[in-house]
Structures are given as C-alpha cells and as structure tokens.
Design a protein around this ligand. Structure first.
Ligand code: ADP
Ligand code: MG
Length: 725
C-alpha cells in the first residue's frame, strides 16, 4: 500500500470502529469492585493469625523491620489468595530509571517428586528477588560483571493481581538495588526520603507538645493529563510509534482557540473508555475520582484520590499502564508525552502534596485554634524554605527532554520555581516578617505569639494557574511535573527539602528555648527569620509574564530553561551534601542519577532525530517529488497546447523540496558525528545540534504539507488525528 493509501485507509478504519462489548451491569455495586484484586489490610486481617497481622501492620505503619518468620506466613497466605484468584505466576514489580515499570515473572509451580506440580512461595521469594540488572540504566554503579540486582518487597505498597484473559499474575511492588545496596530505581529513594522527613517532622511535633505523634508520611495526589487518538493513525505515524510525539505536522485550520473542548461533554467513545479504565483501576484499588476534558482537542485528565506518596507513585505507574492497555482495547492510543502536538497545549501531571499522620491529621491544614495555626505556619514555612533553597533541585526533578517542550511555553509554569501562597496567607507571612502577625486580612484581630494566631480560612481563596508551586488550602500543588514522568522523583526532592527545613526549624526552636526563650517567642523568631531569608521565593503574580522573568532574576531565583541547564544542579556540593546528610542518596548515587538523566536525554532526542531523518527521507520527500513531477508534467502538457502557464506552484514546491533536502543533509551530518566521549558531551550535542537540525527539517516538511496534493500526502494530519475519534 502506498503511503497515502495507508493514510486514507486509516480514516476508513476509524469510521468502521466498533466499541468492545460492554461489561456494565447495574447489579454490580462499585463497592464490590473496589480493591477486588488487592491483597488489602482487610484481606490480611482475615487470613493472617492475629500476631502476624499485627507485626505486618507495625511494618506498614511504623517502618518496623519485617520478621522473616512473619514473611513466611504472609507469603503462604498471599499465595493461597492469589491461587484462588486464578494466578499462576508472581512478579516482582519495580521502577527502574527508564521511568517505566519493569516486571520479572516466575511461576508458582514447581515439579514435585511424583511428577505432579506443587505451588511454592516462601517468605524469601516474597521479600527478595534477583532480576538481571544489566539492561537497566545504572549510571556507572555497577560493572557489567556484577550484573545482579536485587528487588525487595515494599511492605507498605499492597500486592495485587494483574489480570489477562489468558491468566493472572500476583504482582509485588518492590525496590530495586544493586548488589552493593545502591538504588537503581525510583522507589528506594522515595522510601528513604519519606523516613528522613518523618524523623524531622516528629521532632517539630514533639516541640508542639505532641508527646507521641504517629509516624508522619507525605501524601501525593497526581492529576494525569493525556491525549487519546484513534489507533489507526498511529500505525501510519512512525514518530508516534517511536517517540510518542509528532515530529511533523502543520497546524490545523481549527485548533483549541474556541475553548470548546475544555470541560465539554465527554464523547461517548471516550466515556466508554474512561468507565472501562475506572473499573480496572478500582479493581486494583486505585481510587480514580475525577475525569474531564482538558483544554486541547483530544486531551483529557484523570485524578485519583491522594494516597501515601510511595503508594500513590506505584498507583500512578499502574494507572498509566492501565490507561494504555484499555485505550488499545477501545481502538485508541493513549499519549502521555508532554507535547504530542506542536502548537497545541501539552500535558502535565500536577502533583498535589501534603504531610500528616494519624494523630494530628493533615499538617498543612489551617486549624481551629491559634496553637494549631502556629503549627500550620511552621509546616508552611518549611515548604517556603525548601522551595527557596532547593528550587534548582525541584527544577531537576521535572527535567526531561520531553518536558522541555512544555515548561515555560505559556501553558505550563515557567522554569523559574516560585511559590504562590494566596493573598491571605501571604498577608499573614508579611506580618510575621514585620515582627508578629497582629491582624488577618479577613478577620481583623490576630496577634502572634503562637497562642494567639489568627483563625486562618480553610477556603483556598483565589487560584493561580501560572505558579509552579501553589498553596491550595490544605496542600501544595506542584505543577511543573510532566505527564510522562514518575511522581517519585518530585516527591523525593520534596520530602528531602522538607526534612532539611524541619530539621532547621526544630534546631532553631530548641536553641532559642535552651537560651531561655518562651516557646511562642521561639516559634515567632524562626518564622520571622524564614520569611525574611526565603520570602523572595513567594510570588503571587502572573508567572507567564515577561516581567516575572526580569523580576525573578533580580530576586536571585534560578531560571533553568532546559534540561541541559538544570541537570548540573544535581551534583553541586549543596545537593550532594543535602541528600547524603539525610540518607537519601550517597554521592555516588547522585552522580549516577546525573549520568542517567543526561543519558536518557541524549537517547530520547537521538531516537527522535533518527525518526525525523527516516520519515523526511522516505515519506515526505517522495510525496513531494511525486507532486513536483505531477506539476511539471501538467505544465509541459499545457505548454504543448500553447496555453499560457503559471509556474508559481511548481516553483514553490521546488523551493521547499530544496529546503527539505538541505535540512535532511544537515541532520544526517549532525547524526553522523563521532561518538562523544562523555554523557554530557552526548547530551549537549543532542540539545544544541540535533534539536535545531530536526526543527529545520520540520519547517520545510510542514510547508510542503500545505502545498502537496492531499491524496499524495502520507502522514495523517493534525486535523485528522485530533478531531476524528
Ligand atoms: P484541581 O482543582 O487542581 O484540578 P483535582 O480535583 O483535579 O483538583 O485534583 C486534586 C488532587 O489533589 C486529587 O488527586 C486529590 O486527591 C489531591 N488532594 C486533595 N487533598 C490532598 C491532600 N491533602 N494532600 C495531597 N493531595 C491532595
Ligand atoms: Mg486539575
């Protein structure tokens, strides 16, 4: 089939699409479905002897080490449960630094002496696995001869059954480390950072008079944006297949300018997909809550309820896998790339976070009493200090080749990391800075001294969509993360910066009090110092404006526009010191993360560059040449008939063909450069040479799209992909 026929066939296929069979039954209550495939606490309580259950709970709630004898009993109960659910295999699921989810499957069954098979699953098999680590990025942490990696059960993240029409698998969420115990994944540092933050938060809570606070954890709720397009189009778009974004495509006559898609009625086919997804997510215990259309045509959002951040991170990964799978079932492709279509809004993944525990609740929620509010302000101040001191690291936590297309593009926050507090809270902090809050904007009377703080409103007040980090009433919303990335990276940075800030605050209060200061005065003093030293990071204005770029620079805030600008922040002496002080990353691990991030950046642009070259040479150029011949033949026949001819069409096409050829040659040259001798050099080459060379090819190709006869054009157009569903 010629290229253009494939494209036309794709449109025919869409027209003929039939939805998969419906499963909906009014007999089934959502409550029955929720968590149906999860080895929940309730299941454990039912199936485990009481002391064993208690011991597991102590591990989950209070990070007590898991007793090996207990592990054997849990494994046996888990195996029985999984077999009843039809599982034949188990898999340790881990989260390597490719950003994807990895699984190693093993069968439960082993041949017994009598030739029959027996199901085996010991505690050790549950808690530890040994996948070959050699094909996962490790940034120099492992020589090839020590290819072994270890997976270890994360007891706090529940095991679940993954269904497939041909058999089920018990999945066990795990960490993934090298033989020497170094982190090769996203989960290990998340658990470590969680623990570091908890220890410091506990110190602060004790100073506030909570003698025995429950363990503090961070919570995360991610809002996932994505695009859906008919799958038929993807098969004729190597760029979407290879890199998840279009490398070519002229702007459609109608884009998103009417805002007619945002929060509009969800198309039936999409709604069927969403309902199907939600049911699958519910089975897996993932609390999918809101769904709606997003700004761009074909763009949607799903936001599960917030959970403990390491569970939220696992669920987020599982959610992406599920959305992709269910989309395929419905004949669609789910695109998580941050910028699948140039000129159309990209996708982000806002990460809402808070911290809290069972005894004190949400620590970022203003309370009813002045005392609670003093505590609330202290935790807010910790966020302010963290974001100011470690803005560069937060920027790094969202840095990727794909997210570079979105950040700062007037649809997502700029690369400058600042914090939005809202008028009311900003006002309180202003007064704190002046030596004690005495009035709140709304209420009138407040006097600091922790005992007499204002009654703060729980209403988030106004919204600011342009800030990368916004207070929204009971949590902060980090808006810079990209739709494709794991939320673990941002949460590691957030937990760690909070550990440092809470450590600082606790120490300051302790020191003041040791010097004889009264508790209220000590709190006032540390709050005042924080807002004075770190208030520069608070910005309530328009983050998209040009003025902010100038002002932010005057305030000394970093503006790290690209991944290449950002990544060196990972290996500054301050960063290395921070992460090693709190036991989150050793220096070696930080260097490895840096190397891996650089490598991933170079690799992903490399794939795009090769796809660009291939598509330009084998799809776009041939179509243009055919059309050029057609025009030339036409002109020749007209001339033969002595008809006056206009050569401007042919001239235009010929000029664009020449530009395309020039672009192809330059890109080929850039791709053919001799291997760089370091990952930095490779990444720099990708960012500074390959990207511009690809862009030049695209300009010429997109120009040709507007010239070449439609029946010759091989690539599904933006109009087709975005509006035919
Ligand atoms: P928005 O108004 O920002 O679009 P959504 O309802 O789409 O809000 O998503 C908000 C997300 O924030 C959800 O995932 C929600 O569960 C989460 N969230 C709510 N409260 C908290 C909290 N205290 N801590 C962390 N996340 C929270
Ligand atoms: Mg939202």
């Amino acid at each position: 089939m010629s290229g253009s026929k494939a494209r036309l066939q794709a449109i025919e296929n869409v027209k003929e699409h039939r939805s998969p069979e419906a499963f909906f039954s009014t007999d089934e209550t959502p409550g029955e479905v929720f968590g149906q495939n999860v080895f929940t606490k309730a299941v454990m309580q039912k199936r485990l002897p009481k002391p064993v259950f208690k011991s597991v709970m102590a591990t989950i709630e209070r990070s007590k080490a898991l007793d090996p004898a207990v592990a054997d009993i849990v494994a046996s109960a888990m195996k029985d449960w999984a077999l009843e659910k039809g599982a034949t295999h188990y898999a340790h699921v881990f989260y390597p630094l490719t950003g994807l989810t990895a699984e190693k499957h093993d069968s439960f069954f082993e041949p017994g002496d009598d030739g029959a098979s027996i199901a085996e699953f010991a505690g050790k098999t549950l808690t530890q696995g040994e996948p070959d680590a050699s094909s996962f990025p490790n940034g120099g942490l492992r020589a090839t001869f020590e290819a072994r990696g270890y997976t270890g059960w994360d007891v706090t993240s529940p095991a679940y059954i993954l269904e497939n029409p041909n058999g089920n698998t018990l999945c066990i969420p795990t960490v993934f480390v090298s033989m020497t115990g170094e982190a090769l994944d996203h989960k290990t540092p998340l658990l470590r950072s969680q623990q570091a933050m908890a220890a410091q938060a506990e110190r602060v809570l004790k100073l506030f008079g909570h003698a025995k606070p429950e363990a503090v954890v961070s919570f995360a709720g991610a809002e996932q944006e994505y695009f859906l397009i008919d799958r038929s189009f993807v098969f004729s778009r190597p760029d979407l297949l290879n890199s998840g974004r279009t490398l070519f495509g002229a702007a459609p006559p109608k884009g998103q300018e009417f805002d007619d898609h945002y929060f509009g009625a969800i198309p039936d086919r999409v709604l069927a997909f969403m309902l199907d997804c939600e049911r699958e997510l519910f089975k897996l215990g993932i609390p999918a809550k809101t769904r709606h259309n997003e700004v761009a045509p074909g763009q949607f959002e799903i936001a599960p309820m917030f959970e403990r951040s390491n569970v939220a991170a696992d669920h987020q990964q599982l959610l992406m896998v599920t959305l992709k799978k269910v989309a395929n079932k419905h004949g669609m492709e789910c695109l998580f790339h941050e910028k699948p279509f140039a000129g159309i809004n990209g996708s982000g993944k806002h990460v809402n976070f808070s911290l809290g525990n069972a005894s004190e609740g949400n620590l970022l929620l203003p309370g009813d009493t002045p005392h609670e509010n003093a505590q609330f302000l202290v935790f807010c101040a910790a966020v302010i200090r963290g974001v100011h001191k470690y803005g560069g690291l937060l920027r790094c936590s969202v840095a990727s080749a794909t997210n570079d297309h979105r950040l700062g593009a007037n649809e997502a926050p700029p690369a400058i990391i600042s914090i939005f507090l809202g008028d009311q809270l900003a006002d309180v902090f202003d007064q704190v800075a002046k030596g004690g809050a005495t009035s709140s904007k709304e209420k009138g009377t407040i006097i600091i001294g922790a005992d007499t703080l204002p009654v703060l409103p729980t209403d988030p007040g106004d919204r600011n969509r342009t800030s990368p980090m916004a207070f929204t009433g009971n949590r902060f919303e980090f808006r810079a993360p990209g739709s494709l990335q794991s939320i673990a990276g941002p949460m590691v940075t957030i937990n760690t910066m909070l550990a440092e800030a809470l450590d600082h605050i606790a120490t300051e209060i302790e020191t003041s009090m040791a010097d004889g200061a009264d508790f209220d005065v000590a709190v006032q003093k540390v709050l005042e110092a924080i807002i004075t030293d770190h208030g520069a990071v608070v910005f309530n204005g328009d983050g998209y404006s040009e003025d902010w770029q100038v002002e932010a620079e005057a305030r000394g805030l970093l503006n790290l526009r690209t991944t290449l600008d950002a990544l060196p922040q990972l290996v500054t002496p301050e960063a290395l010191e921070l992460f090693s002080r709190y036991g989150v990353f050793s220096e070696r691990e930080m260097h490895s993360r840096y190397e891996i991030a650089m490598e991933q950046y170079a690799l992903s642009i490399g794939v795009e560059a090769r796809s660009t070259l291939e598509m330009a040479s084998t799809m776009v150029l041939p179509a243009a040449l055919r059309y050029q011949t057609e025009l030339a033949t036409n002109l020749a026949s007209l001339k033969a008939l002595d008809v006056e001819v206009d050569t401007s069409d042919l001239d235009g096409v010929s000029a664009s063909i020449q530009a395309l050829r020039g672009g192809i040659a330059a890109l080929k040259g850039a791709l053919g450069h001799d291997g760089a001798d370091s990952v930095e050099a490779e990444a720099t080459h990708a960012g500074l040479e390959l990207l511009p060379a690809m862009a030049a090819v695209r300009v010429a190709a997109d120009e040709l799209e507007s010239l070449v006869a439609d029946d010759l054009w091989p690539l599904p157009t933006y109009q087709e992909m975005l509006f035919i569903l």
